[in-house]
Design a protein around this ligand. Structure first.
Ligand code: OOG
Ligand code: NI
Length: 465
């Protein structure tokens, strides 16, 4: 029998192999990431593994896919459900992006600590919003919806196997093999000729809309390795002549602990695609939609920590507008040094980030009673705190990644009222609860605190501050 986590690990590995064949620059990115990780490990020793073992980090990938309808998204949820991946978080990229990015998104990922440690594979999944009149007029919306309703992204055999794997939490070896083949094939780039006129009609609205709704299948858009030093990675890729986007998205490089998520990418590459012209002729064209991305993960922040992050982003925006000549990264670094605590200890004390607490093996053994306040337990050496890694995404960064890979801004009519979507809508659409990422981290932290209280026989344990 092949368990869900084994299916997930095998799927991630095979997808990576397939994508490497399709986009060779991805293989370069993976190689350079591995080199950087080895160098960081050599230079920093055990500290390099504070946010995940080197084996987890080396195998870690996230994928990005895009689908057209809620029915397609519900099918994606079944395929990933088979792999033990649940929908977490709601991202509205229509609002986060300045250019036309008409999608809303969630991320499918494992949610409990043990499953994440076994294999943390996650997929950022976006759904087109044809009902949003800012992007699609009634006629185009109707054509688009008809087109999407007539295609099949996932064969019934794949979905049946997925449902079985989810219900039984495992599959016999032969069925697992079949499931993996069908699942990987569903995300391969299709060779079927693309209707050129239709693709271009959608492209005038948004290149993302064309990539999703202009073709009869879906494909993996990118796969992202994790790196321990993203600034060094950026430097080495540039040195190899690979054109990276202008910035590293997310928190700035600074001297304090790594927080949340930093990401960067190389520009989408021209890939040969068969196109059918209006007179029926099939020609060879080139489309730029798929790119390579890399990321560095930091500590998960609390709601208060996230509010601080968002406030600093706004401040950086304001200062960058006021001083057009200034270096954004430098502005961000200065603001961070001023407003963000520079140690894990302070982040915990101010309840800005999440930690997993455990009783210290070398705690006092002199018969004294442990204090009942978390801060005192930490300073007196009774308890240790390990950072909880951020497993999710950032809307502003995601929009930046989408946008920096579009050559045209597309069109958007801001006079129109946007169609409303939220986390509850998404839950209903896929008939599964879209989980709140903060609640997941909080639960992990609370479980660890309950364990500490029980081991130290504390009836009350007062909060971090
Ligand atoms: C998704 C872009 C967002 C990330 O890592 O933030 C993303 C896409 O291009 O489909 O992948
Ligand atoms: Ni990504």
């Amino acid at each position: 029998m092949i368990s869900q986590w084994q299916l997930r690990a095998a799927f991630a590995a095979r997808l990576s192999e397939m994508y490497g064949r399709e986009v060779p620059a991805y293989t370069t990115l993976v190689d350079v990431s591995r080199e950087v990780n080895e160098d960081v490990l050599r230079a920093q020793g055990a500290d390099a593994e504070r946010l995940g073992s080197i084996s987890r980090v080396t195998a870690e990938r996230h994928g990005a896919i895009r689908v057209g309808t809620r029915a397609e998204l519900a099918q994606v949820a079944r395929v990933f459900g088979a792999l033990g991946m649940r929908p977490v978080g709601f991202y509205d990229l229509r609002e986060a992006a300045a250019s036309a990015v008409p999608v809303v998104s969630t991320a499918f990922r494992p949610v409990d600590g043990e499953e994440l440690a076994r294999n943390p594979f996650r997929v950022f999944t976006s759904m087109l919003t044809p009902a949003d009149p800012r992007f699609f007029d009634p006629e185009l919306r109707a054509r688009l919806e008809t087109f999407l309703a007539s295609r099949e992204l996932f064969p019934p055999e794949l979905l049946a196997l997925a449902d079985r794997a989810e219900a039984e939490q495992e599959l016999p070896e032969q069925d697992a093999e079949r499931f993996l083949q069908l699942a990987v094939a569903a995300f391969e780039l299709s060779t079927e000729p693309i209707d050129k006129a239709w693709y271009e009609t959608l492209e005038r609205v948004s290149a993302v809309a064309a990539d999703i709704g202009g073709v009869r299948s879906t494909h993996i858009n990118h796969l992202t390795p994790r790196v321990l030093d993203i600034d060094e990675l950026y430097r080495r890729m540039t040195e190899r002549g690979i054109e990276m986007i202008d910035t590293i998205q997310g928190p700035p490089k600074w001297t304090g602990p790594d927080l949340l998520l930093r990401q960067t990418s190389f520009r989408a590459l021209a890939e040969p695609r068969a196109l059918r012209t209006p007179d029926g002729e099939v020609t060879s064209g080139a489309l730029r939609v798929r790119f390579g991305e890399v990321e560095a993960r930091g500590i998960a922040v609390t709601r208060a920590g996230r509010a601080l992050y968002d406030r600093l982003l706004t401040l950086v925006d304001q200062q960058a507008t006021a001083h057009p000549g200034a270096d954004r990264a430098e502005l961000a670094r200065t603001l961070w040094a001023e407003h963000v605590p520079g140690t894990e200890r302070e982040l915990a004390a101010q309840e800005l980030a999440y930690f997993k607490y455990s009783v210290a093996p070398d705690r006092p053994r002199d018969g004294s009673r442990p204090p009942e306040i978390l801060g005192d337990l930490l300073t007196q050496g009774w308890v240790r705190a390990e950072p909880i890694v951020y497993e999710d995404f950032l809307p502003r960064s995601a929009a930046g990644i989408f946008q920096s890979n579009l050559s045209e801004a597309g069109s958007r009519d801001n006079e129109q009222q946007g169609a409303a979507y939220d986390s509850d809508w998404l839950s209903g659409a896929i008939d599964r609860e879209v989980l709140d990422p903060f609640a997941l981290y909080e639960r992990q932290q609370n479980e660890s605190l309950a364990q500490v209280a029980s081991e130290l026989h504390l009836t009350t344990l007062k909060g971090a501050s």
